[in-house]
Design a protein around this ligand. Sequence first.
Ligand code: 2P0
Length: 337
Amino acid sequence: TAPTGATDTATAVAHPNIALIKYWGKRDERLILPRTDSLSMTLDIFPTTTRVHLAPGADHDEVTLGGTPAEGEARRRIVTFLDLVRERSGVADRAVVDTENTVPTGAGLASSASGFAALAVAAAAAYGLDLEAIALSRLARRGSGSASRSLFGDFVVWHAGRETGTDEEADLSSYAEPVPTGPLDPALVVAVVNAGPKDVSSRAAMRRTVDTSPLYEPWALSSKGDLAEMRRALGRGDLEAVGEIAERNALGMHATMLAARPAVRYMSPASLTVLDSVLQLRRDGVAAYATMDAGPNVKVLCRAADADRVADTVRAAAQGGAVHIARPGPGARLLTE
Ligand code: 2P0
C-alpha cells in the first residue's frame, strides 16, 4: 500500500535541452556522475509527456513509447529507473508508463533528456516522493545525465559534484540549477541533416572517448575554463561570446571523439556543409554559432531577430533536411489532472 503522498497516477511534461558546454564522459557509470560541469538551454519545442500509473498486484512494469511497447535497452533503462524510485519511496508496486514524444523521428534531439526528466517528475509524484526541483534533477540524472538539466527552463548548469568523499556525498552534490542571464534574446535553429539512427550510442561513445582518447583530458580541463567564461558571457548578455564559447567547446568535444581508438565520428559531409554556412553567415555580419551533439545534426545559436534568416541559410545548406526554430523553454512540470 502506498504511503501518504502517493497519487496513484501522475503526468508530467518536459522539454529537450541543448548543451552549450557539453557533458561528455562519466566518472561513475552507475550513479551517472559526469567528469565535467555542463551548461544548456532548455528548448520550447518537442515536449515529452509521460504518465505513470501505479499497478498494485501487477508482476511487471508495462512501458509504452508512443503507444508501442518498449523493448530491449530502452525498456531496461526505464525499469531500472522505476526500481530506484521504488527503493526510495518504499512502494513496491509495479507501474504502467506511457510516453509521448513530439520530436519528429530522427530530428537528432536526444529524447532521453526530456524523457527521463518527465519520467522523474511523474514517477516521483505517483510514488509519493516529495522532492523539490533540485532533488528531482538528481533523480532524473540517474536515468540519463542530460535529463538533469531539463528539470529547469532557460539556461541551466549541471554540477559535476564532489570528486572525493562517499558515493552519497557525490550523488548529493551533482545536480542542476538555473543560471542567471543578462538580456539575451536567443534562438536555436536546429538543422536536421540525417534522419538515420546513430551507429554508436552516446553512452558507448563517451566511454570509449574517456578510455582511449589522448585529447580527452585536455578538453575536460579546457571545458572548465569555457564554463567560467560562459557564465560571465551569459551574465552580461553577450550573445557573440556565448556563441563563440559554445562553438569551440562543441568542436573540441568532437575532436576528442575523432581521436578515440577507434574513432567516433558523428559529423557527416552534410554537417560540414552546414558548419560552412554558419561561417558564411558570420562573414556576412550575422551572429550565428554552431553546436553539435552525438549525431550529424547542427544547432545554430543566434538572436531571435535573425532566426528566420539563419534558418533560410541553414535550410539551403542542409540538403533537404528539415529546420526547426527553438527559443528558451520551460522546465519540467507536473500536469494536474
Ligand atoms: C550533452 N550529450 O551535454 C551531451 C553532448 C550528447 C553530446 O548528454 O549516458 O543521453 O544517458 O548519461 O545524457 C547525451 O548523453 O547520456 C548527451 P547518458 P546522455 O547534451
